[in-house]
Design a protein. Structure first.
Length: 258
């Protein structure tokens, strides 16, 4: 009997908290279907049965913060037919990219008793700064529904059907009352959709964990925040969080100093 080839999936971790990998395990309803459609051959978070490449699809979590990882991601790329980055760490450098705006030696000296044993780069950078990436899935953590869509799309050989618009569109679809109208600053107008406008649902402003939406007008939003009474430092800090190194969040934070 002819053996049916199932695409081989690998899941990789770089500098990250593992939350995005856990999103794959959280796909409870779809996990069996995914496991039957794909051969999961390299997923150390879930199994010690790790098999060598090549791989049809690699999901990569985490940013590059060491020279060793800069070399490792190039090896991963060579073994992977398709490479998809998942989460703010992998797509924008993550919260650890705050180091990019500080003196790394001073930080390491403040944290570690013996800093001479620490080998780290001065920056945290997204995977796309090192290798070619086929698709970037945003979020901190990523949305499981979007993850299933991305995996399905790559299995079917089509483009993932994931909207690039802002959280505001999702917010309006769900008929939430706008928190900005009530005087609360919100990054929703410039933040990538995917969470279903989770924070405005609970009357909180979005703090941008999904990173920049397509063509965001961050300057206009900053002016609105100023009109609500936000100080330049507050605006700079708002743009400098989980996606601090992502343009144009970085540029807008720089424009307001710190
Ligand atoms: S993007 Fe967020 S949830 Fe995902 S690995 Fe990074 S810190 Fe964790
Ligand atoms: S609450 Fe935020 S996300 Fe919702 S419409 Fe207002 S600005 Fe946009
Ligand atoms: S509303 Fe903004 S901060 Fe809240 S989960 Fe969605 S993208 Fe993240």
């Amino acid at each position: 009997m002819r053996k049916i080839h199932r695409p081989r999936l690998a899941v990789w971790k770089f500098a990250s908290c593992d939350g995005c990998q856990l999103s794959l395990l959280d796909c409870e309803d779809e996990l069996l279907d995914i496991a039957s459609a794909l051969e999961i051959v390299n997923f150390p978070e879930a199994s010690s049965d790790v098999r060598p490449g090549p791989y049809d699809l690699s999901l990569v979590e985490g940013s590059i913060t060491t020279e060793h990882d800069a070399q490792r991601i190039r090896q991963v790329r060579r073994q992977s037919r398709h490479l998809v980055t998942i989460g703010a760490c992998a797509t924008a450098g993550g919260i650890q990219a705050l180091r990019n705006f500080s003196d790394i030696d001073a930080m390491v000296g403040a944290v570690y008793a013996k800093p001479e044993y620490i080998k780290t780069l001065a920056t945290s950078t997204p995977i796309s700064a090192h290798v070619n990436v086929d698709y970037e899935l945003r979020g901190c953590p990523i949305n499981t529904r979007q993850l299933v869509e991305v995996i399905s799309a790559f299995l079917a050989g089509r483009k993932p059907a994931i909207a690039a618009h802002s959280v505001c569109i999702e917010c309006k679809h769900r008929a939430h009352v706008c928190v900005m109208v009530q005087g609360t600053p919100c990054l929703g107008p410039v933040t990538h959709a995917g969470c279903g406008a989770l924070c405005p649902q609970f009357r909180r402003g979005c703090y941008g964990c999904y990173g920049p939406s397509e063509t965001p007008n961050t300057a206009a939003l900053a002016r609105e925040w100023q009109a609500l009474g936000a100080a330049p430092r507050t605006i700079a800090h708002a743009f400098r969080s989980f996606n601090a190194a992502a343009e144009p969040f970085k540029s807008e934070a720089d424009a307001h100093g710190d």
